[in-house]
Design a protein around this ligand. Structure first.
Ligand SMILES: Nc1ncnc2c1ncn2[C@@H]1O[C@H](COP(=O)(O)OP(=O)(O)OP(=O)(O)O)[C@@H](O)[C@H]1O
Ligand SMILES: CC(=O)N[C@H]1[C@@H]2OC[C@@H](O2)[C@@H](O)[C@@H]1O[C@H](C)C(=O)O
Length: 374
């Protein structure tokens, strides 16, 4: 017999995220009724091994075939392991939101692909699992991303924001959510505006890997020694993506040719220029906001890069701070988002809106798979 999910009240849900940086799987617990956040629980992280990362990298940009099957197995195994670990600490978890790993994203063409078998996961951990969060949005004309905005709205209420704030996620790709907390619900027109700002850390990571055999520019040390090459920056900003009105979204490798713009530069200048491009894309993005947010709360690994944070602070006319400043967890926010969204799905609440993904009407995506075990 399947475990029933309570129809009202607070649910202790776990959410997972395997992001575009391909570093590993985050899992985190949120206590929520799908609208309000009541608290946060423990979290875990399970890194991918080099061999696993190579399997995922080989499948990036592919829609089917043996590479995708191999990547799916890696994703399934890593998620089962990290969730089994979490459930030892928190057996009371009632529901799991399983994002999976995005391998390809072209919402207006082939669609969007997040691999991972939610039905298999539900059996493996004996919990109901909500997964495939993005397909319904894309089917209704949306970008399928970003999806964290409805959670950001709840976070803005949780931290007691009274004026518009922005959540800026700097992972492999950057995305921003403008939240006006004076509205009651995230689906109210005017409450949210969200979109991907541009590439964030992925190009710098790719540069570090190709030139120095490093996974990232830790602490921005390489960029700190260099100078931004303005000609390359201007060419980058001439990309039509930046003048396109939001909502809009990107695939990890949509800007992979950026690396050509810095090919002739020294390591330090190339790193500084790619970091400057990430910052400039965010600055362009902030201009799309209805008004300057009172604060920009930065989440994701980019908040740990002081060079990037300084570039943002110099260019933007409002405080740009790590999200820890308001008591939230910048490493786990995306995993927490999918816990919250899973609860919204089982409660029949929408997970995206025209202002967050460009979808034709509010939609509650996601597939619910229930374990057959008691
Ligand atoms: N100490 C650090 N210094 C500089 N950069 C860092 C540091 N820590 C993390 N990063 C950057 O942040 C990246 C990881 O960010 P994050 O975990 O938010 O990505 P993700 O969740 O995989 O991506 P996305 O949100 O696009 O799915 C690293 O690959 C690196 O580029
Ligand atoms: C298609 C896809 O997986 N997009 C991711 C990616 O990583 C960051 C950015 O691009 C964002 O749009 C999204 O993830 C976050 C969690 C989101 O949906 O809100």
């Amino acid at each position: 017999m399947a475990r029933a999910i309570s129809k009202t009240g607070v649910i202790r849900a776990a959410g997972t995220m395997s992001g575009t940086s391909l570093d590993g799987v985050d899992v985190a617990i949120v206590e929520t009724d799908g609208q309000q956040i009541f608290g946060f629980g423990p979290s875990h992280y399970r890194g991918y091994t080099d061999a696993e990362r190579a399997v995922l990298l080989a499948a990036l940009g592919k829609w089917s075939g043996p590479e995708v099957d191999a990547a799916t197995s890696v994703v399934d195994e890593a998620h089962q392991q990290v969730l089994q670990q979490l459930l030892q600490d928190a057996p009371e978890v009632e529901l799991v939101g399983f994002h999976g790993q995005t391998l390809a994203h072209a919402p207006r063409l082939q669609g969007t692909l997040q691999v991972g078998d939610g039905a298999g996961l539900a059996e493996a951990i004996s919990r109901p699992v909500v997964w495939d969060f993005r397909s319904d949005d894309v089917a209704m004309g949306g970008e399928g991303a970003p999806l964290a905005p409805f959670f950001h709205f709840a976070c803005a209420k949780y931290i007691g924001a009274e004026a518009p704030v922005a959540f800026l996620n700097l992972g492999g790709v950057g995305n921003i959510t403008y939240v006006d907390p004076r509205y009651d619900r995230p689906e109210n027109p005017g409450a949210l505006l969200a979109f991907d700002t541009g590439p964030a850390n992925a190009p710098v990571n790719d540069l570090m890997q190709a030139r120095l055999g490093l996974a990232m520019d830790k602490g921005g040390a390489v960029a700190r020694a260099g100078t931004v090459e303005t000609g390359a920056l201007e060419l980058f900003l001439a990309e039509p993506y930046f003048t396109r009105m939001p909502p809009k979204s990107l695939d990890r490798n949509d800007f992979s040719e950026m690396i050509d713009l810095v090919r002739e530069l020294s390591d330090a200048d190339a790193a500084a220029t790619l970091t400057g491009m990430c910052a400039a894309a965010v600055v362009q993005g902030v201009e799309h906001c209805p008004q300057m947010p009172q604060k920009i709360l930065v989440t994701g690994g980019g908040r740990l890069n002081p060079v990037l944070m300084e570039m943002l602070q110099v260019a933007l006319d409002c405080p740009v701070v790590p999200i820890e400043e308001v008591g939230l967890d910048g490493d786990m926010l995306e995993a927490q988002a999918f816990a919250h969204l899973a609860v919204r799905v089982v409660r029949g609440l929408p997970t995206s809106a025209p202002a967050t993904t460009g979808v034709s009407a509010c939609v509650g995506g996601g597939v619910l798979s229930v374990s057959t075990k008691t």
